[in-house]
Design a protein around this ligand. Structure first.
Ligand SMILES: NC(=O)C1=CN([C@@H]2O[C@H](COP(=O)(O)OP(=O)(O)OC[C@H]3O[C@@H](n4cnc5c(N)ncnc54)[C@H](OP(=O)(O)O)[C@@H]3O)[C@@H](O)[C@H]2O)[C@H](O)CC1
Ligand SMILES: [K+]
Length: 555
């Protein structure tokens, strides 16, 4: 485990085909999400072989797409799908249906108070469920949704306010799961229900040393919580809130990061905030199916939870509900946000880069950070922006993949007729930047570039998949072509020419490697309040020019 940053990441081993590490993300109770470093069939196969090492068995997920900047969905990837190509392009029926629901909110059913009570009765009657069971699943859904929307590192302190009915029970269950997910919990439960189920839930929380706060204590400390869970009233609420909940609900009005369970407490179950002075939570977790009032919900996150609806109920009540991805206990059903680019900001917390942490040698420092990025399972940790400029000083930048590094420099391969190569021919100075987003780190390296030896280029060229070798022959990079068909035709011709796998494809003269020999390094660690750590290595000011000098730059 990485003790500081991503506590839910772990390394699961080394791919026996590629000798590359794979990493895994422990995703709450959802199972384990594995991200291979090099997402090839060999790697995935290797990970799947290792499933037997885990109990319960591990599912390999394809991380599909980010539906909002916070919400990620995962769908199981079967062994047969585990090929390079499909890893990124699989579209599953469920995923299509989920995406359709997101684009068309009318494709989800909203139910009345009467229907909600009738569904409850059916579930706990003829359909054989017990209230404990449903509450456990409902509470787990709430905790899972909070884990998705309010990551534990940045939103650690959670208060759960529980009401007198089953909505309050969901809150008690959610509090227990959130505690196990790593949050620091407090609970306020002013009107306790005298039933064994509730006594049990309270005892479980007490045994985890979770403090129970009195409602009188709350007003002065409410702002010290990162997230407040409103589990006061659910679908059986009627009329106006009575004491002590009336005052308590008013205290939550205007508070940030309020998460309501099933119904924003105090809202009319069908009409919403009829008085216009009620609670407007940032997040709503609807259970079983959203109630009619949820149409009026305007907060950032709307999740559906309660993954227990049997087909009989869905048919009887004509429920249209989105599928749950993978093993998730919740599914995001909010409106796709209109994105205000200016408001997108990540808070960099947790990490520190001090002078005493640095290696004296910048190459060793790069190696350390690069290995962290690999161990973290970041996608393409070797992707870097390469900036070049022509002799007039006009710049151009693009992403390329680092293919090797040592004390002699940083190597990548390309077409020697490409724009970057032509620019480097007239101006050998270049800059490369790695951005390891999950680690909040950048490494910037500047230096002079030269071609690698033809032996080195040959060796790398022949290590590439045959298809990529043909691709290099086909593409006269950066030249204008008449259409896609030009490439496809040339590729097909060469594929038949080299159909016999024993024929070695010669490396074309126009293709090979470059090596940037560093003159300067900068290691950037994102910090809170934009007061980042920036440490540079240069040689210019060194008395002995062979030594690197370290400076700190203002962020
Ligand atoms: N099938 C599911 O989706 C499941 C959902 N669950 C959760 O259960 C609630 C519904 O639970 P229920 O116990 O029926 O009702 P509530 O939690 O909403 O609240 C009932 C208590 O609230 C009191 N109440 C009602 N109105 C008021 C008011 N105006 N002021 C003060 N108190 C009020 C009521 O007291 P009474 O004296 O009026 O009876 C009750 O004490 C659902 O929303 C989900 O969260 C299950 O956990 C699993 C299945
Ligand atoms: K509620």
């Amino acid at each position: 485990f990485c003790p500081n940053l991503h506590r839910n990441r772990l390394r699961v081993g080394t791919c026996k085909w590629q000798d590359k590490p794979a990493s895994a993300k422990v995703h709450g109770y959802h199972g384990i999400t594995l991200s291979p470093i090099a997402p090839t069939s060999a790697c995935l196969h290797c990970i799947q072989e290792r499933q037997s090492l885990f109990k319960p068995p591990v599912t390999v997920y394809d991380k599909y797409q980010s539906l909002s900047h916070r919400v990620h969905t995962y769908t199981p990837l079967s062994k047969s799908q585990a090929s390079d190509q499909q890893l990124f392009h699989t579209t599953k029926k469920d995923m299509d249906s989920l995406v359709q629901h997101l684009h068309d909110p009318n494709s989800i059913s909203y139910i009345s108070q009467e229907a909600a009570a009738a569904i409850d009765e059916l579930l706990m009657g003829p359909l054989g469920f017990s209230v404990d069971q449903l509450m456990e699943l409902a509470g787990l859904s709430v905790a899972s949704a909070i884990f998705e929307a309010y990551p534990v590192q940045a939103n650690n302190r959670v208060l759960v306010i529980c009401g007198p009915g089953n909505n309050g029970g969901d809150g008690l269950v959610a509090a227990r799961h959130l505690h196990h997910f790593g949050y620091s919990l407090s609970v306020c439960y002013p009107k306790r229900t005298d039933k064994p189920l509730y006594h049990g839930l309270v005892t479980q929380l007490e045994s985890l040393s979770i403090p129970f706060l009195l409602e009188d204590e709350l007003p002065s400390i409410l702002s010290s919580f990162d997230v407040v869970v409103d589990a006061i009233f659910g679908f059986s609420f009627r009329g106006q809130p009575r004491p002590p909940f009336d005052a308590l609900i008013q205290k939550l009005v205007g508070l940030p990061n309020v998460v309501s369970v099933d119904i924003p407490s105090g809202w009319h179950v069908e009409e919403g905030d009829i008085n216009g002075i009620g609670l407007h939570p940032d997040m709503l977790v609807s259970l079983t199916a959203p109630k009619l009032c949820a149409r009026k919900f305007k907060g950032l996150h709307h999740f559906l939870g309660g993954r227990f609806v049997p087909p009989l109920i869905a048919e009887k009540f004509g429920l249209k509900l989105p599928p749950y991805p993978g093993t998730s206990q919740c599914v995001w059903i909010g409106k796709l946000p209109s994105i205000d680019v200016g408001s997108l900001r990540e808070n960099y917390v947790g990490a520190v880069l001090l002078e005493e942490h640095l290696n004296a040698d910048p190459f060793s420092q790069f190696k350390e950070w690069f290995e962290d990025a690999v161990a973290m399972g970041l996608p393409e940790p070797n992707a870097m922006t390469l900036a070049t400029a022509n002799k007039e000083g006009h710049p151009s930048a693009r992403m390329v993949l680092l293919k090797g590094y040592d004390e002699h420099g940083f190597v990548w391969y390309t077409n020697y007729g490409s724009r970057k190569a032509l620019e480097l021919a007239s101006n050998p100075w270049a800059s490369i930047v790695f951005f390891w987003e999950r680690l909040h780190r950048q490494a910037r390296i500047t230096g002079c570039v030269e071609k690698v030896s033809s032996e080195e280029s040959d060796e790398y060229f022949h290590s590439r998949p045959r298809e990529s070798q043909i691709g290099a022959l086909v593409s006269a990079q950066s030249t204008v072509i008449a259409g896609r068909h030009v490439l496809d035709q040339a590729y097909e011709d060469l594929q038949s020419r080299y159909a016999d796998k024993s024929i070695i494809i010669p490396r074309p003269d126009h293709w090979g490697g470059f090596r940037l020999q560093p003159e300067a390094f900068e290691f950037w660690q994102g910090r809170e309040s934009r007061l980042h750590d920036r440490l540079t290595y240069t040689k210019e000011m060194a008395v002995d020019k062979s030594n690197w000098v370290i400076h700190r730059l203002a962020p």
